[in-house]
Design a protein around this ligand. Structure first.
Ligand SMILES: Cc1ncc(COP(=O)(O)O)c(C=O)c1O
Length: 363
């Protein structure tokens, strides 16, 4: 067995650019993108807008900046956004919209399938005539839903949210960091998933394997204003075509292969669910994210992480006794089998603690 094997399941953000991306980066035609003159960025933006069925697009450095720019563009200081309590925007983006934009988050519980109960959303919408309230301005959705085990949100649900938002004059922002995963899992065009959102963003640097970058897509006037917010946040990059070139290769070559990541995640989930000590319903796993729990009478969370890491299998502890494993480019079927064998070994009671760095599992 290969004693140096590393199976890094912490995130799909660990993916490295493909050889074709490196080649495209080296030869990209460049210009000053703050002046709108980088032909490669411009090409990527046109491609992204087309894929999302929107008028225009804007290249930004990260998913976090994409979401922040969108919230700043939709809202004024003191406005309220309705957002799931497990949304990446709410949990993991440093409270940026409040810190930078004075935007007030109003959380509604996420259901296990990543959606928000529409009755709860409607109940959270404020009466604009009441002087005590902030203005409700925006509903934020996430697809796939990271903390809901990569759950896929359907076009039919999006249409229901649209109908509700229209009734109250609210806008919809879709954090589609992994929207292509959702599109592949559902067998629909990503534009169909984005249709009912006013703004949508997606990441190039997750399952699509580009090194850097996200795209914001929406109406041309929205993107014009978003460009100012991007500049304010320091996200105006000059010869950014070096990065956009990798993004173009990502869109051209890395979308269809996401199906393999989903197959691997499903196999991992099914294998884990059979192990004593693991709590997981594999039917929840529809894309590339597997969230599972360790039963109370087994290892501690840090023991599990360390014992797996000692065998080259890396997973993320996400709080309590919960963990996340994410499949991606570079993880093959045999890596999943290896990871499952390592889980089985470390979860067996008689397994002694090993020295980190000795990758000798399974025996
Ligand atoms: C759903 C979701 N949105 C946004 C982001 C932020 O992306 P970035 O890490 O590029 O800032 C992530 C990152 O993992 C994410 O999972």
């Amino acid at each position: 067995m290969d004693a140096t094997r590393i199976v890094d399941l912490r995130s799909d953000t660990v993916t490295l650019p493909t050889p074709a991306m490196r080649q495209a980066m080296a030869t990209a035609e460049l210009g000053d993108d703050v002046m709108g003159e980088d032909p490669t960025v411009n090409r990527l933006q046109v491609m992204a807008a087309e894929r999302m069925g929107k008028e225009a697009a804007l290249f930004v450095p990260s998913g976090t900046m994409a979401n922040l720019v969108c919230l700043l563009t939709h809202c004024r200081r003191g406005d309220e956004v309705i957002v799931g309590h497990l949304a990446h925007i709410f949990l993991f983006e440093v409270g940026g919209s409040a810190a930078v934009g004075g935007i007030h988050p109003r959380t509604v519980p996420n259901l296990p399938d990543g959606t928000l109960d529409l009755t709860e959303v409607e109940a959270a919408i404020r009466d604009p005539q009441n002087v005590h309230y902030p203005y409700s301005r925006l509903i934020c959705l996430e697809n796939t839903h990271n903390r809901c085990s990569g759950a896929v949100v359907s076009p039919a649900y999006m249409a229901q949210v649209r109908e509700l938002a229209n009734r109250y004059g609210l806008a919809i922002h879709l954090d589609g960091a992994r929207l292509f995963n959702a599109a592949i899992a559902l067998g629909v065009d990503p534009a169909e998933l984005a249709r009912d959102a006013d703004s949508v963003c997606f990441c190039l640097s997750k399952g699509l394997s580009a090194p850097v970058g996200s795209l914001i897509c929406g109406p041309a006037e929205f993107i014009r204003q978003a460009r100012r917010w991007r500049k304010l946040l320091g996200g105006g990059m000059r010869q950014a075509g070096v990065l956009a070139a990798a993004g173009i290769v990502a869109l051209e070559t890395m979308v269809d292969r996401l199906a393999a990541d989903h197959t691997h995640a499903r196999r991992l989930a099914e294998g884990l669910a059979r192990l004593p000590g693991i709590v997981l319903d594999p039917r929840r796993v529809m894309t590339n994210i597997v969230i599972f729990e360790l039963a109370p009478d087994t290892l501690s969370p840090s023991e599990l992480v360390q014992r797996l890491a000692a065998r080259g299998v890396k997973i993320g502890a996400i709080g309590g006794r919960k963990f996340r494993a994410v499949t991606h480019y570079g993880i093959e079927a045999e890596d999943i089998e290896y990871a499952l064998a390592c889980f089985q070994t470390v979860l067996s009671a008689e397994e002694p603690m090993r020295q980190p760095g000795r990758l000798t599992c399974p025996e």
